[in-house]
Design a protein around this ligand. Structure first.
Ligand SMILES: Cc1cc2nc3c(=O)[nH]c(=O)nc-3n(C[C@H](O)[C@H](O)[C@H](O)COP(=O)(O)O)c2cc1C
Length: 192
């Protein structure tokens, strides 16, 4: 009668089981949360799914995830470690080493100020990279540094950012699009 299967609540068959994806952040003034929300919206906009955006301080049962998307701001300029100034600092050193996350895919995003802190842009994202990698995780979602004006960043490895870097201080109008582009990339890299 011209009614599509959707009319009856029948789902189209899926070709692959979808992964359980955790989406974690931390923040001091809300910018990393804003970017995390852009990512969450891009995920649902693309017809994909992840768990609700959650502060890493409230995270739990990490072993149940197939993949983790993790975002941090940078506040401790020039510090060797604990650069986010948030709950990540204790999580990365006190919790992560006690978890078995070997082989899980991890995608990292950062939030920083490339003009005000151009020698240390998004350094904390580089720390997430180091710690998750040391825990045996597979890091995906590396991006080009093109279009950014920073001089130096510990979030750069081999000429690429270790994930998607946002800048709510100088380039907030680009954040939504960056989130969309990155989520499409993550889909291609098997995060979902
Ligand atoms: C005291 C202070 C130190 C900061 N240090 C850095 C830094 O080293 N690198 C950087 O990229 N941004 C730095 N920032 C900028 C913040 O990371 C940026 O504003 C970010 O959006 C804050 O995110 P949040 O609101 O999620 O905490 C600093 C800001 C302040 C106020």
């Amino acid at each position: 009668f011209g009614l599509s299967p959707a009319t009856f609540g029948v789902r189209a068959p899926t070709t692959a089981l979808s992964a359980k994806v955790g989406l974690f952040y931390s923040t001091t003034t809300g910018n990393t949360e804003t970017c995390g929300n852009h990512i969450a919206e891009a995920i649902s906009g693309a017809g994909l799914s992840a768990d609700e955006l959650t502060d890493i301080a409230d995270g739990d049962d990490f072993g149940s995830y197939d993949s983790i998307i993790a975002g941090a701001p940078t506040w401790h300029t020039g510090a060797d470690s604990e650069r986010s100034g948030t709950s990540w600092d204790s999580w990365l050193y006190d919790e992560l080493p006690n978890l078995d996350l070997k082989g899980k895919k991890v995608a990292i995003f950062g939030c920083g100020d490339q003009q005000g802190y151009g020698d240390n842009y998004c350094d904390a994202a580089g720390e997430l990279y180091d710690q998750f990698k040391a825990a045996g995780c597979e890091i995906v979602g590396m991006t080009s540094t093109e279009g950014y004006l920073h001089a130096d960043s510990k979030a750069e490895v081999g000429g690429k950012f270790v994930g998607m870097m946002f800048d709510e201080d100088n380039q907030d109008d680009m954040s939504e699009e960056r989130a969309k582009t990155w989520v499409a990339q993550l889909k291609g890299e098997g995060i979902f």
